[in-house]
Design a binder for this molecule. Sequence first.
Ligand SMILES: Nc1ncnc2c1ncn2[C@@H]1O[C@H](COP(=O)(O)OP(=O)(O)OP(=O)(O)O)[C@@H](O)[C@H]1O
Length: 266
Amino acid sequence: MAYLEIRELQTHFKKRAGSIFSPHVETIKAVDGVSLSIEKGEILGLVGESGCGKSTLSRTVMQLLRPTAGSIIMNGEDLAKLPSSEVRKRRLDFQMIFQDPYASLNPRMTIFATLAEAIKQRHPNVGGADLSARVAKLMETVGLDPRFQKKYPHEFSGGQRQRIAIARALAPEPKLVIADEPVSALDVSIQSQILNLLKKLRAELGLTMIFITHDLGVVRYLADRIVVMYKGKIVEEGEAEALFANPQNAYTKKLLAAIPKLAATA
Ligand SMILES: Nc1ncnc2c1ncn2[C@@H]1O[C@H](COP(=O)(O)OP(=O)(O)OP(=O)(O)O)[C@@H](O)[C@H]1O
């Protein structure tokens, strides 16, 4: 069985619609029957236009939203069937890296405090020299000098801040990391450094990741497999190179054609 297996997942929202004279409730099928699997150490690219359901799918996998139907199976256990009290505990297994590292870091906390807090979520009793050593190790893992641990987020560049956000995501030892447009707010020259860091983490730590992006160039560089979402459903799935070379679905073709630079090289 795959490391993580999602079967026929549905996450629907109810929304009030119509006028005050004829109100009715509309169902928004943000995720509408998605099945996919991820192997340990795999980077899965999730692409699709705004509103296709990428965030809803990731929030459901992360246990932040409860699915309307379907299964999320990890280690043989269906997370969708767990009682709410258990769901809270499992959230630690899923960590996110966001687009804007500055907004996602607490400006009043030093890097040490930020990382120590995240480590303690998993290991509440760790302190003293052990905690310091763990913080230093995490900083080294993401390419930051541990001597900077008493500094605050605003004292770092955008790329360095994203490294801190990545270290914080790794600190609770997650089983899966979901990266939502993690390089789109960075300068192009910095983007490749962060993408290379994510590749390195996958190679060294066996990190398993869902990488959400609008940028097909980025996903082609990083992902092993790509899933294309459209209106809540997966319309195409395949090995990254094969999908770029020979897209099958009309929507995927349109998506690739919308990027002239890539279409020319694909
Ligand atoms: N809490 C909610 N209540 C009602 N509708 C929602 C909610 N969250 C998302 N939706 C709707 O579900 C659909 C999918 O939204 P979602 O944010 O998952 O898409 P997305 O692909 O992540 O878009 P983007 O790339 O812009 O973040 C959209 O129609 C959106 O309006």
